[in-house]
Design a protein around this ligand. Structure first.
Ligand code: PMP
Length: 345
């Protein structure tokens, strides 16, 4: 969900933005009005994530999955080794895509144990010869989240933060590159945030890399090699303004823990529901759970939907239920879900 105050602001801006007589949907991306939005957006990202001066912020078209290809295309030479940690659905897909462009090595695969935990990093089979080591900070489908940035990896870390970006403070200087699609904590779908250390821009992309996927070119063109999704950029700038007004990433983290703990505590204390994820790596953003009596699942989802509790069906890859608790979800939303779960059956 988006913060209600952002939704209200959008309704006004949609017809008459900043008393200009124009909608934000109508202005040119090259005009001064939109340029100001873009500058504001970049400044807010830099402030909120404390992005160091030697990192560039790119806002790229396509979703996170375009980066599954863009990363090996830009960062790995042909035939060069790249290391991937597979901890769930999205890292597995990222590895599958990277395999088309580089010498892919899977350094750990948690599917052997149903992706219910994350093996310690010193058990990963990493090489200091790899172009980078890739992992997914929060596995949206599986409900598994790294509790901290992996330590002791000799190559550049590349991280998919699509589903937990801006939910806690992060030390950007630990990464070569991190990226996130916009449709979770940032706003509506449409753009992908890429934060990249400047020296990596000097790596020549593989010859068939489309221009709009070249990090160096996009950096040179201020992420406007092609027409940006202006509306999404604008909505994200409003969401970042909202996050800053709430107290920034420390406040988002506190809220995320409060929401998730409330739900996990309820599930753990219940004899009707269960969550089998290792408590050390349970996601603060996506709480997966099942009914111990699986035959009740369809009725659970139907009745929840009728009660206004939407989108609780787990991803097709894993089934069960999933409560996505992104930044804008108030604690009262979780309380409502728990009341429903308690009354069900
Ligand atoms: N990575 C993660 C962690 C995701 O949650 C998602 C989308 N749910 C993706 C990648 C893919 O994003 P997109 O649909 O923007 O390609």
């Amino acid at each position: 969900m988006l913060p209600p105050s952002v939704m209200a602001r959008l309704q006004t801006d949609f017809g008459d933005w900043c008393h200009s007589g124009l909608s934000i949907m109508e202005v040119s991306h090259r005009g001064p009005e939109f340029r100001a939005v873009a500058a504001d957006l970049l400044a807010r990202f830099r402030r909120l994530l404390q992005v160091p001066a030697n990192y560039e912020i790119l806002l790229l078209p396509g979703g996170a999955q375009l980066q599954f290809a863009g990363i090996p295309m830009n960062l790995a030479g042909q035939g060069e080794r790249v290391d991937y940690a597979i901890t769930g659905h999205w890292s597995r897909l990222a590895a599958k895509e990277a395999q088309r462009y580089a010498d892919l090595r899977v350094v750990v695969d948690m599917h052997d144990t149903h992706c219910r935990g994350i093996a310690p990093v010193d058990a990963w089979d990493c090489s200091d010869q790899a172009a980078y080591c890739y992992y997914t900070d929060n596995e949206t489908v599986n409900g598994v989240e790294f509790s901290s940035i992996p330590e002791g990896i000799a190559t550049d870390l590349v991280c998919d933060m699509s589903s937990n970006i801006l939910s806690r403070p992060v030390d950007v200087s630990r990464f070569g590159l991190l990226f996130a699609c916009s449709q979770k904590n940032l706003g509506p779908a449409g753009l992908t945030l890429v934060i990249i250390r400047q020296d990596l821009l000097a790596r020549a992309p593989s010859p068939f890399t489309p221009s709009i996927m070249s990090y160096a070119l996009q950096q040179e063109k201020e992420s406007m090699k092609n027409t940006p999704v202006t509306f999404a950029w604008y909505v994200v700038s409003l969401v970042l303004e909202w996050i800053e007004a709430q107290g920034g990433l420390a406040a988002m983290d506190a809220l995320a823990k409060q929401r998730a703990n409330l739900l996990y505590d309820y599930i753990d204390s219940s004899d009707r529901y269960e969550n089998l994820i290792d408590p050390a790596v349970r996601s603060r953003m996506n709480v997966v759970f099942t009914l111990k009596d699986a035959s009740q699942q369809a009725a659970f989802l139907r009745e929840a939907d009728t009660a206004g509790l939407k989108f609780l069906k787990g991803h097709v890859a894993v089934g069960g239920m999933r409560a996505s608790l992104y930044n804008a979800m108030p604690v009262s939303g979780v309380e409502r879900l728990i009341d429903f779960m308690d009354a069900f059956g």
